[in-house]
Design a protein around this ligand. Sequence first.
Ligand code: PLP
Length: 457
Amino acid sequence: MSKEIPYKIYLEESEMPKYWYNVRADMKVKPAPLLNPETLKPMTAEELGVVFCDELVKQELDDTTREYPIPQEILDFYKMYRPSPLVRAYCLEKKLNTPAKIYYKFEGNNTSGSHKLNSAIAQAYYAKKQGLKGVTTETGAGQWGTALSMACSYFDLDCNVYMVKVSYEQKPFRREVMRTYGASVTPSPSMTTNVGRKINEEFPGTGGSLGCAISEAVESATSKEGYRYVLGSVLNQVLLHQSVIGMECKIAMDKYGIKPDMIIGCAGGGSNLGGLISPFMGEKLRGEKDYQFIAVEPASCPSLTRGKYAYDFCDTGKVCPLCKMYTLGSGFIPSSSHAGGLRYHGMNSVLSELYDQGLMEARSVEQTSVFAAAQEFARVEGILPAPESSHAIRVAIDEALKCKETGEEKTILFGLTGTGYFDLYAYAKFNDGVMGDYIPTDEELQKGFASLPDLKI
Ligand SMILES: *Cc1c(COP(=O)(O)O)cnc(C)c1O
């Protein structure tokens, strides 16, 4: 007999995960290696070490170590806000009148308001351990910059954030949270780097872009003694750290004898979804259990559902290594969307490979339907979800409604990555009925694909 399932499932301190799980160890076909854009040879640890911290480079390149023990200092920090609650969405089930059982893992219970802190603290820890003075990064909507500034202040590291200029001006509150944690926040393009000065000269008055901010952050890290660059998603090391989400879920569900039939998550760069599904995907890869995995992306930036699986630049400035991934092309410029965290042109290489092998599905959803799901969820479950997270809510609700038609009692688990308190302009547009949907035409996508490098390999 299974125990009665509480509204919120927590873990005891003794039950908490002690290691991150590296799903690459169980993949028969590994994700393709990062390539040096000049030589087209796999990036070496030495080359990557110029930009990234040594231990993080090791994690990035490691396709074989299954378990990475989480260092005690990081476990101690996790205790402040983990375990994150695994919630049985009884109220949502009732509202939908569905026989499906719905669970969500809520990562918004910390000041950064999202899952990004799980990796920020790990990256700051390794930078500190290496004896560095500080780190540089870029931020678009601001969630990653906020998480990183919290992590850096904890380890007393200098934190330089290049924030896309339009966001810097439109989201002054996020900027102030970062400054409160001691980070310096520079609107990008700035006059503090060569690439920033060049872009300012070419495009006076530009509001900047994520690609440009990445290039500035990388230049700034590599030109200053004792600094490295850090990134909040897309990379395999980030997915590894985010596996703590899936590990906690798995332990909690096993404790109550619950087996999800499907696991759903939103996909920007892929780290939260990859982290959530990792231990479950491991079971599937080892032939122990089967699950349905669904990645949800915005119809305005459909890298999995309409992208190409190819080597591409990770950034618009083309300073980073080449990565094989599902991509819309680094030249693809998504229309402005209210899910800023899902606007990246590519997808993490592990998820790309799993998707290519048919082990994971993907769906794209339109913005207004996402906000309708967010509203429905907020009204019964009490949490104001981030627009990014609401992509997963949309598909979870759709699947629960299908169960209502068929009478199937499926168990659905989805990742609720964060809260939406800094997205109230977007909610206002939705509430005023003036929010639009944008789906790029095939012709527009073609322009992005034309920017893919022609590698002849
Ligand atoms: C950044 C962010 C995402 C996107 O996460 P990825 O791991 O890059 O897919 C989703 N939700 C929230 C709340 C975010 O801040």
